[in-house]
Design a protein around this ligand. Structure first.
Ligand code: ATP
Length: 329
């Protein structure tokens, strides 16, 4: 293997830079040329790349975002787009690519691998929603950001005896909402994996809590429950807050944390796991192994066939949910 490349794709996540750094340095230290591809598969199709060296990745381990930028590309999913990417790989002598991203990015990596460009995926997404991995890069930082933001919201919520409904990211998964909800002592937590009743799971819990003397409440809602809310006539978290105010007489507000959850300096855990995964992925390519996804299982770094990885499912920790419901009253 003489030349490998690295790209970031899909939503960015804190720790992607640490993974890029590990890939580049592992490659350079083992005598291969490493190319950095800008803006994911879009950049790959258009040959937007540059040669990296040990110093290209200085001063990035502590930065959020991705120095290689990220993008989503519909064209890449077409046969013509895929062929364009393969041609660019041939022209530039790229024999293997480390793809840092989520499930969608791994599908692209699978398709390239099938066509002869060895790819290794690294899970980079704040949602922690990749079936083969206990942990994805960016998750810990995002959790800490949510905790920090909601701690601030709690101060003002408490001062005014209010209820604040906080929407956190997680379109398909409730890991962020559940774990952040526990960490900040949310009275109720709504996640897409579980059916809920607004009256039973929010209003009744708040009423019980009120009777014990508590007058302020935080409700954490994953963005992935928006469809379930709509089915109940509640268009968004603002409508949910109004519903709570109307039914309980507690002044209620809604806060959508939004993209603040994606940014910021990566936590120790994200820097370390990203470094481990980046190093592992580069070694797989150096050994001529492709079509793999690097994953963390029970604290160990392992790898899976991409197709197998894409078919794996993981479930939310219901015991954790039960604990949250028992102690956040
Ligand atoms: P996130 O978890 O942040 O959404 P992701 O990697 O799942 O990350 P996607 O937008 O789904 O993000 O995918 C990133 C890119 O991967 C897409 O823009 C597209 O170029 C490529 N991709 C997605 N799905 C496929 C597919 N089925 N086949 C080939 N390429 C794909």
């Amino acid at each position: 293997m003489k030349t490998i490349a690295v790209l970031t794709s899909g939503g960015d996540a804190p720790g992607m830079n640490a993974a890029i750094r590990a890939v580049v340095r592992t490659g350079c230290e083992n005598g291969v040329r490493v190319l950095g591809i800008r803006r994911g598969y879009h950049g790959l199709m258009n040959g937007d790349m540059f040669e990296m060296n040990l110093r290209s990745v200085s001063d990035i381990i502590h930065r959020g975002g991705t120095m290689l930028y990220s993008a989503r590309s519909k064209e890449f999913c077409t046969e013509a787009g895929m062929q364009k990417a393969i041609d660019v790989c041939k022209e530039n002598g790229i024999e293997g690519i480390v793809v840092i991203g989520g499930d969608g990015s791994f599908r692209g990596a699978r398709d390239l691998s099938v066509r002869g460009v060895n790819c290794v995926g690294i899970p980079g997404t704040i949602d922690n929603d990749i079936g083969c991995c206990d942990y994805t890069i960016g998750y810990d930082t995002a959790l800490n950001t949510i905790m920090d933001m909601v701690d601030r919201i709690r101060d003002t919520t408490e001062s005014h005896d209010r209820c604040t409904v906080v929407e956190v990211m997680g379109r398909r998964a409730g890991y962020l909402a559940l774990n952040a909800g526990i960490a900040i002592g949310a009275t109720s937590i709504l996640i897409p994996e579980l059916e809920f009743s607004v009256d039973k799971d929010i209003i009744e819990r708040m009423r019980r809590t009120q009777k014990t003397g508590k007058q302020h409440f935080i409700i954490v809602v994953a963005e992935g429950v928006s469809d379930q809310l709509k089915e109940r006539g509640l268009n968004d978290v603002g409508a949910l807050a109004k519903y709570i105010e109307h039914n309980l007489g507690v002044e209620s507000r809604a806060t959508v944390l939004g993209h603040v959850q994606r940014g910021g300096s990566p936590s120790v855990k994200d820097r370390v796991v990203a470094s481990q995964m980046g190093n592992y992925a580069a070694h797989l390519l150096l050994n001529g192994v492709g079509n793999r996804v690097v994953a963390m299982q029970k604290e160990a770094i392992v790898d899976y066939d991409i197709v197998e990885a894409l078919n794996m499912k993981k479930s939310i920790d219901l015991d954790l949910y039960k604990i949250a419901m028992e102690i956040s009253i």
